[in-house]
Design a protein around this ligand. Structure first.
Ligand code: LCV
Length: 259
C-alpha cells in the first residue's frame, strides 16, 4: 500500500500522507515517494502543492523515523539525510507549497510544515520540537528556519521545553497563517490555493526564490561554521544521544546524564 496519495486537479497538486499506523513518520521510504510524486506533479502543470494528512488524523506527522537515526558518531541530520533532503526540495520548489495541518506535528515534521510557504491549521494543529527530548543536535539551517519564522524567544522555548505549542499559540506566534475550524479546513485551503493558481506562476516562483535567498542570507565565517559543527558533534557523540534513541525504542522516559 502506498504511504502517500497523490492527486492533481485544476493545477493544484495534493500529497496526502497515508501511513496512519506509523503516524506518517518521515521515513526514507516516505520521503522517496514524496520526491517522486513532486517530480511527476511538476510535469503535469502543477501551480500549487498542498501537503496534508488523511481527514480526521490525530497526528499530521510524527517527524523523523527514529529507527533511522544513526547511532552515536554520525550526524543525524546531515545534508543528505532524507528529512533534510525533502525540506530543501520544498523550499526550492518554484511554486507555493501549502501545509494543510490537521493533527499534531512532531520534530522534523515541524520543519517540514514550516518549510512550506503557507501553513493552514485547525484546533488539533499542535507543534512540538523534540531534539532535546531525544538528545539530537538540530542542524544550522533548521534552527535558522525557526528563528526566522517565530523569533528567537519562541524558538528557544520550543527547543528547550520539547513541549507542544497549541494551535492558538502557534497562530499567535506566526507558525500558522490561518487557524480555521476543522470542518472548513479543506475548503479554506483549496480556495486559497485556487486563488494562487490564477496569478503569474513566473512572478510567484521568482518572489519565492528571492525570499528564500534573503531569509537564508546569514554570512558565517569558516571558523564559526567549524565551531558549530564541533559543538553538534559533542552531542551526537554523546551518551545522552544514545540514551535518547534507546529510551524511545524501549518506549520509556530517557534519563540524561549530560555526558
Ligand atoms: C518511528 C514512530 C515515531 C517516530 N519514529 O501512537 O526533531 S528531531 O531532531 O527530534 C528529529 C530527529 C525527529 O523528528 O525525531 C522524531 C520526533 N518525533 C517524536 O518525538 C514523536 C514520537 N512519537 C510520539 O510521541 C507518539 O507516537 C505520538 C504522540 C506522535 C502519537 O502517539 P500515539 O499513542 O497515537 P504510538 O506512540 O503508539 O505510535 C504508533 C506507532 O508509530 C511509531 C510508534 O513506535 C508506534 O509503532 P509500533 O506500534 O510499531 O510500536 N512511531 C511514532 N512516532 N518518530 N516510529
Amino acid at each position: 500500500m502506498a504511504i502517500i496519495n497523490t492527486q492533481l486537479q485544476d493545477n493544484i497538486g495534493t500529497i496526502t500522507f497515508n501511513n496512519p499506523e506509523h503516524r506518517n513518520i518521515l521515513s526514507s521510504e516516505l520521503v522517496s515517494e514524496m520526491l517522486q510524486a513532486i517530480g511527476a506533479l511538476q510535469k503535469g502543470k502543477m501551480r500549487v502543492l498542498i501537503i496534508r494528512a488523511l481527514k480526521g488524523s490525530k497526528v499530521w506527522s510524527a517527524g523523523h523515523d527514529v529507527h533511522e537515526l544513526p547511532m552515536p558518531g554520525r550526524d543525524p541530520l546531515s545534508y543528505n539525510d532524507p528529512l533534510v533532503t525533502i525540506l530543501r526540495s520544498i523550499q526550492s520548489l518554484p511554486i507555493p507549497v501549502i501545509a494543510m495541518i490537521e493533527g499534531s506535528v512532531w520534530g522534523g515534521a515541524c520543519d517540514l510544515a514550516l518549510s512550506c510557504d503557507i501553513q493552514i491549521g485547525c484546533q488539533s494543529s499542535a507543534f512540538c520540537m523534540t531534539p532535546a527530548k531525544i538528545g539530537v543536535p538540530y542542524n544550522v539551517s533548521g534552527i535558522l528556519h525557526f528563528m526566522n519564522i517565530m523569533g528567537v524567544n519562541v524558538a528557544k522555548e520550543m527547543f528547550f521545553t520539547a513541549e507542544p505549542l497549541s494551535a492558538e499559540r502557534a497562530y499567535h506566534c506566526g507558525l500558522l497563517n490561518h487557524l480555521v475550524d476543522v470542518e472548513q479546513l479543506e475548503e479554506f485551503t483549496y480556495t486559497l490555493a485556487s486563488k494562487i493558481t490564477r496569478n503569474s506562476p513566473l512572478s510567484i516562483g521568482v518572489i519565492k526564490e528571492q525570499i528564500r535567498l534573503l531569509a537564508s542570507a546569514h554570512p558565517m565565517s569558516p571558523v564559526t561554521f567549524e565551531r558549530v559543527q564541533g559543538l553538534r558533534r559533542t552531542v551526537y557523540d554523546s551518551k545522552d544521544y544514545a540514551e535518547g534513541i534507546q529510551a524511545f525504542l524501549e518506549k520509556r522516559t530517557p534519563v540524561f546524564s549530560g555526558e
